[in-house]
Design a protein around this ligand. Structure first.
Ligand code: IMP
Length: 191
């Protein structure tokens, strides 16, 4: 069965295809001819994930799933949240985003934060949602050179290294994205 993964990231696609086996043939946005920017107009990660999957399934008539992620810091009223990719501006710079986050948290005692991934699956006429969270703390400096985004400033609960100080395999065992995709794959395996 053909299923669109609303991404153009071939690495992500290959990774998920390998986990799904050959019961589902995953295709990318480019494969279905969707080259336009998909609107993500909402204030929550949940609504934007659903907006992406519904846009593709309704406009292109194909079952589809879309993921959306971000870093949520409760003491900053949930920021950067849905704005994670462009927190410090449209240049979408990971360095600028971390610098702004550390600045906004300077002097703030509550450093709790979590990464959230939401996957919206549109199958037939029904929408399903899958979530993964990785809870931890924002430290007051950057450590490590792996990963991406806010990884150098995020120490997951129960660990003493940042996500950026871990190997990809180590991060993948506990990451929000892995938890959400495991839930999606478990659902598709039993569907
Ligand atoms: P996306 O929805 O996966 O593109 O994620 C949006 C933004 O959230 C990214 O540009 C990063 O700023 C942040 N983000 C999402 N996942 C991670 C992660 O695993 N580590 C660090 N930052 C992340």
């Amino acid at each position: 069965m053909k299923l669109c993964f609303a991404t153009n990231n071939q690495n992500k696609l290959r990774e998920i295809q390998a986990l799904l086996g050959d019961r589902f043939e995953l295709v990318t946005l480019a494969d279905i001819g969707c080259t336009e920017d998909i609107p993500e107009p909402y204030d929550t990660i949940q609504e934007n994930a659903k907006a992406k999957s519904s846009y593709v399934s309704e406009k292109y008539g194909i079952d589809c799933f879309a993921d959306d992620s971000g870093l949520v810091v409760p003491s900053l009223n949930g920021e950067p949240g849905v704005h994670s990719a462009y927190y410090a501006g449209p240049q979408r710079s990971h360095d600028d985003n971390i610098a702004l986050l550390l600045k906004n948290l300077s002097g703030v005692e509550d450093r709790n934060a979590y990464f959230l991934t939401v996957i919206s699956l549109s199958l037939g006429n029904t929408y399903y949602a899958f979530e993964g969270r990785a809870h931890g703390k924002i430290i007051d400096e950057k450590r490590g050179s792996g990963g991406f985004g806010y990884d150098p400033a995020f120490v997951p609960d129960g660990q003493d290294r940042t996500f950026a100080e871990m190997t990809l395999a180590e991060k993948s065992q506990i990451s929000h994205r892995s938890i959400a995709f495991a839930a999606l794959i478990d659902f598709l395996d039993h569907h």
